[in-house]
Each structure stands twice: as structure tokens, then as C-alpha cells.
Design a protein around this ligand. Structure first.
Ligand code: SF4
Length: 252
């Protein structure tokens, strides 16, 4: 008996994401060593910070782009308080949605984007419900989500990983990306988008959703608490001996 019999499973769309090249054994070993050390510091397994259904997680993720967590969280709560469900947000005047989320960065862009994404989900699924993604592989589900204009790799991975779907996907935010670049897991010119496939390929294919979530969380936490954007605290970093950036800063 399918879990959601009223919804016919939409056909997977072809992902636009490029296949990441296979990493070397040395890079895989380094990724595992970084995970092991940071998990020791930040105490894995890390508890999930959300238990939202996947559509709510998608809206939350769209709000959070380039916005502090506290501000996007407030905007999400304001949407939920003002309208009873996402169908009502879909129908609401865009000016009212913009006014409700004004605490986030670029509310004038995010309000029409949220309404357009809700309309696209309804058009493709026939309902405002993304629970069917559970029936797909991670690659299929990410490809399906990224087929909607305005949804990129970070958002698709966040929906699968952070929502109640709890699927094994690896999101990469700006802190995670910075630590990965400085430690040499990815090159200095690799952007956040392509880094998703490269960093995922360095980790074991059979890792659980929790382990991939831990990997994202510990690299993100390390970027927030030690490997700061302007002045990384290399002298108290557990990765110093295997980090080329830390080594060159120490030499300098
Ligand atoms: S050694 Fe420095 S640059 Fe490297 S990860 Fe640690 S804090 Fe960041």
C-alpha cells in the first residue's frame, strides 16, 4: 500500500547537476580524517534542528538564503502565523507575503519566489505535498527538486536531509564550503554549487542520513566557531597539521 495513494508519483526529472569526478584515495582518507576529528570536537551524532515536512523545509530553506538563522526563523513563523497553510500563502497577494517576511534578506525577491515554487509544486504534483520524494533515490529526488526554477543544490539537499524525509544528502553552506576549501578538500575556485557533488563523492556511498548530516554540521560549526571568514583561529584548530591554509598562515 503506497504511503500517499492519492498522489501519483511524478516522473523523475533529469538532474542538471554534473557528475563529480571520482576523488583520489588520499582525498577520501583526508575527508574521513577531518570528519573523525571534527566529530570528536562537536560531539556526533548531532541532533537534528528541524522536524518540518519537506514542503515546509523547502520554504524555510528559500527564506534562509544569505540570511541569519534567527531572521529566517522569525519570517517562517510569521508566515505560519498569518496563513493557515501553504495553499493560503500560494493564494495570498505577493505584497502581503513580502511584508510578512520583511526581516529576511531580499524579501522582494523571496516573496514571488516562494509563491512561484508553491505554484510549480502544485502544477507538477497536483497537490502541495512533497512526501512522494521519499519513494525516489537521493539523486532522483534532488534532480526533481532542482527542475523547479529557483531551487539549487543547497536547497534540494537541505530539503532531503533536514526535513522529516531524513534522506542521505549532503548540503553545503558557506561555512562548510570555506572549511572544505581551506583544508584542500576542494580547490580554491570551486563554487558552492559544484562542491556538493565533489564533497559527497569523498564520503562513503553507504553513509546514513545521520552521518552525512553530521558531516555537514561539523564542517559548518567549525566554520562558525574556529575557521572564521576573516581571521581563522588556526592556533586552536584540530585540523592545523593537515590544513594547507593553516600551515601557510603559520609559516607566514
Ligand atoms: S587550520 Fe586554520 S584555515 Fe585550516 S581549517 Fe583550521 S582554522 Fe581553518
Amino acid at each position: 500500500m503506497p504511503l500517499f495513494p492519492e498522489i501519483e508519483l511524478p516522473a523523475p526529472r533529469r538532474s542538471r547537476r554534473a557528475e563529480a569526478p571520482a576523488p583520489s584515495d588520499a582525498l577520501r582518507d583526508k575527508a574521513l580524517e577531518i570528519h573523525r576529528r571534527l566529530c570528536g570536537v562537536y560531539d556526533c551524532p548531532i541532533p537534528y534542528f528541524h522536524s518540518l515536512d519537506p514542503l515546509s523545509e523547502l520554504i524555510s530553506s528559500l527564506l534562509s538564503h544569505r540570511t541569519r538563522n534567527a531572521d529566517s526563523g522569525r519570517a517562517f513563523k510569521a508566515l505560519r502565523a498569518r496563513w493557515p497553510d501553504w495553499a493560503a500563502v500560494e493564494e495570498a497577494p505577493v505584497e502581503e507575503v513580502e511584508e510578512t517576511i520583511r526581516g529576511v534578506t531580499w524579501p522582494e525577491l523571496k516573496a514571488p519566489r516562494i509563491k512561484a515554487v508553491l505554484a510549480a509544486v502544485r502544477e507538477r504534483v497536483g497537490a502541495l505535498d512533497l512526501a512522494f520524494l521519499e519513494e525516489m533515490s537521493v539523486d532522483e529526488a534532488r534532480g526533481w527538486l532542482e527542475g523547479i526554477p529557483g531551487i539549487g543544490p543547497k536547497t534540494s539537499a537541505a530539503v532531503l536531509s533536514f526535513s522529516t524525509l531524513r534522506m542521505p544528502a549532503l548540503p553545503v553552506d558557506s561555512h562548510h564550503h570555506r572549511v572544505a576549501q581551506r583544508t584542500g578538500l576542494i580547490g580554491p575556485k570551486v563554487d558552492v554549487g559544484p562542491s556538493h557533488g565533489m564533497l559527497r563523492a569523498q564520503l562513503p556511498a553507504d553513509w546514513s542520513a545521520q552521518k552525512l548530516y553530521d558531516n555537514h554540521e561539523v564542517l559548518m560549526l567549525h566554520g562558525q566557531r574556529v575557521c572564521f571568514h576573516r581571521s581563522p583561529a588556526c592556533d586552536r584548530c584540530v585540523l592545523l597539521d593537515i590544513c594547507p591554509t593553516g600551515q601557510s598562515r603559520r609559516g607566514a
